[in-house]
Design a protein around this ligand. Sequence first.
Ligand code: SF4
Length: 437
Amino acid sequence: MTAHAPKVGFVSLGCPKALVDSERILTKLRSCGYEVAPSYDGADVVVVNTCGFIDSAREESFAAISEAMNENGRVIVTGCLVGETETIKQDHPNILAVTGPQQYESVVKEVQKAAPMAHNPHVDLVPKEGIKLTPRHYSYLKISEGCNHKCKFCIIPSIRGPLQSRPIHKVLREAERLVEAGCEELLVISQDTSAYGLDVKYQQETWKGQALATRFQDLAQGLGEMGVWVRLHYVYPYPHVDEVIPLMAEGKILPYLDIPFQHASPSVLKAMARPAFAEKTLQRLSKWRSICPELAVRSTFIVGFPGETEEDFQILLDWLEEAELARVGCFKYENVDGARANELDNHVPEEVKEERWHRFMAKAQEVSTKVLARKVGQTIDVVVDEVDEEGAIARSQWDAPEIDGCVFLNGETELAPGDRLQVKITHSDEYDLWAQL
Ligand code: SF4
């Protein structure tokens, strides 16, 4: 790379899916010879990848755009806030361009316009796995874009379009490259991982001489052969998910499922128009646990959805206790511009949402404390994410990075990120574990 290559600053907001988009844009920019500027100073142009999912995320995105304009002034906006193009342009008439989510080529073209570069022949300096924003030992693997559902609180299908699955051999090839580059944990993401391949009618492809369908089960099987941790996110509790649980019991796939249940009351789930709303989830969980007792299920919930009664909310609390989910997130319902839920009757007053949120979190904490306390005394595998002067911060198979808990190894300052080891759990609290070698 020449010393004269233009530098691009990058601000990435939002969910892991947006992070993958950012990684792809950066990879393309690097392959064109651009350098990445670590700060606004010295960046020839700044790309802000925005999130427009809920109002607070939109506010954060608007604030990031203003900051980039003030600090640098040469700004390209991309991502989910594209519906707000006019507002962004009104607020910042000098903005260079606004492009939509997954428009990687448009972002690259706009960067080339803003900071043109002479031909650079060193394109193959780009690492095969691309430029990653995550640490080297784990990577997000995006298997599809878009979503065929129409949950009433969500505008993602209108922004990202219907489900478009990547062919299975391409996903497995990307996974293999990441593993070859040192990645030890693949985090499978999409809007609806269990629906993978539905749009392409589960098309058959060939991978290493073997016929595999572009389908959730075959993907899990293919990834399970790679010898690294494989973690499945955004899975819905459809019957065919049963087929991957034996792979978890065999240790091929991590005993972990991220299932965004959002609620447990059938009437609220129906009002939300959630996928798999009629599934008997407690029965399904108990069947899965009978095959793979180690299984950890993490989830997110929304309290205060329009029409949610005290009885619905109580169903949710009871369900949470019975399901024994140790890792949960909870949001208070918010209107999102363009979402159908805005038009529903019986919006829940703010103070009731607030009160339910606190009750939910108290119950979640109680459940998680109980589940984690059972692990004390066990010897488990962990991976180290960070090391500081007090010791190492690791993670178990039951914990995804950023969203779940940690395993603290106090005093272990000689370890390094990416180290895998066996530790004995000595202590637990409501969210985290402590262990010794
Ligand atoms: S499944 Fe529902 S919440 Fe998830 S992206 Fe699709 S419409 Fe949105």
